[in-house]
Design a protein around this ligand. Structure first.
Ligand SMILES: [Zn+2]
Length: 383
């Protein structure tokens, strides 16, 4: 794979606008790159999430062990176009940087793993069974990765490398916090405030929940050596109708950042248990919804996978990749639910300009990433 071809592939995927939609166009394009190799045993599968939105799964090579590479095909909204120096969907090269929405997060990582796999096929040097999983909807709830996981398509992996940006491939993110966003509604009975005994105070019931849930979550006080402690915030609250009425409704939203010591089920048990206790009292009517909860991603800074990535990093880049923890969720939070206990790490060429105007990737980092993924796959399979 020459550099011009690798750049053309990256430019093509950036030029397809996939702001929380339209990922099928990227999936179709990537599938077309692998199609010429179908007679070499390459399998290509699209898993539709909804019309216009498809996950893509491509498998090359064979063997008992499967190495996974993954990336999401969606991007975040470019925001105010006046903040951009160029059209976010017209990839532009300036001073060694390729600029465009998704250049960092994470079409460069996705294109780099695709180019690495195509290079193996071109050179007829596929070291083992390698599976590409390109997802939809990572930025708005990781529901593509959830769908792929629920379909069992990530069950057979032995290790998974997600090509999310890690400071131009200077870091390896091997563990990250999970997220539980929740919304609680409290229903009461309205009455004139001069006759409060005729009503049920939805705000008072909600505040009781708010104080108690924070107290109970604070008891989950284990400290992860890298990620720190679980954190919990009540981020939105509103309720009531007018100043002289017993409030008949109130609601709040909360955001919990979890650590691998506590699976999301532990959090659900705390919240659901409290709601059930309160609802057992006369007049209480509370309910909870969870919004795209994401599991924490456990990991080990000294695992054989991290050590191998560091070894290959030193060979390809001449620098050591630093193992780090992440505070945000990614598709990894869904893939951890797959059957099979395999390590998941993130390492990719994007810069720290993700979600910003003039998002960019260093072209040098992009080309090195392709070499890195190819070399890593060889060494992973002992070749
Ligand atoms: Zn991303």
């Amino acid at each position: 794979m020459d550099q011009a071809h690798a750049e053309e592939i990256l430019k093509k995927v950036i030029a397809i606008p996939t702001v929380n939609d339209n990922e099928k166009e990227v999936a179709d394009y990537l599938a077309s790159l692998f199609a010429p190799y179908e007679d070499q045993g390459v399998t290509i599968e699209e898993l539709a999430y909804s019309p216009g939105r498809s996950n893509l799964i491509v498998t090359i090579g064979e063997g008992e062990t499967t190495l996974g590479f993954s990336g999401h095909q969606d991007v975040v909204d470019p925001g105010d176009l006046a903040d951009w120096d160029t059209d976010p969907f017209v990839p532009t090269i300036k001073e060694g940087r390729l600029i465009g929405r998704g250049a960092s997060d994470m079409k460069s990582g996705l294109a780099a793993v695709v180019c690495a796999m195509l290079a193996m096929l071109e050179e007829k040097k596929v070291p083992g069974k390698i599976k590409l999983i390109a997802t939809v909807g990572e930025e708005s709830g990781e529901y593509g990765a959830a769908q792929v996981t629920d379909a069992g398509l990530a069950d057979d992996l032995s290790a998974l490398v997600i090509a999310e940006p890690t400071d131009g491939m200077r870091q390896i993110c091997y563990t990250s916090k999970g997220v539980v966003d929740y919304h609680v509604t409290s229903k009461g009975i309205a009455a004139h405030s001069s006759r409060p005994h005729e009503g049920e105070d939805a705000i008072a019931h909600l505040l009781e929940f708010a104080n108690e849930v924070q107290a109970r979550l604070a008891r989950l006080d284990k400290k992860d050596p890298v990620l720190g402690k679980l954190t919990s915030l009540i981020t939105l609250i509103k309720g009531g109708e007018q100043i002289n009425s017993v409030p008949s409704q109130a609601e709040l939203s909360g955001n919990i950042r979890t650590i691998p010591d506590y699976t999301n089920q532990v959090i659900f048990d705390v919240i659901d248990g409290l709601i059930a206790e309160l609802n057992a009292k006369p007049g209480y009517q509370l309910s909870v919804d969870y919004i795209y909860p994401e599991e924490p991603m456990p990991g080990d800074a000294h695992s054989p996978l991290v050590q191998l990535l560091q070894k290959v990093g030193l060979e390809v880049f001449g620098h050591t990749l630093t193992p780090v923890g992440g505070t945000g969720a990614s598709d990894g939070s869904e893939f951890v639910r797959a059957k099979g206990d395999y390590p998941i790490v993130m390492v990719g060429p994007g810069s720290d300009s993700q979600h910003q105007p003039n998002e960019w990737v260093s072209l040098a980092a992009y080309h090195q990433a392709i070499a890195f993924y190819q070399q890593f796959a060889n060494e992973f399979f002992g070749k």
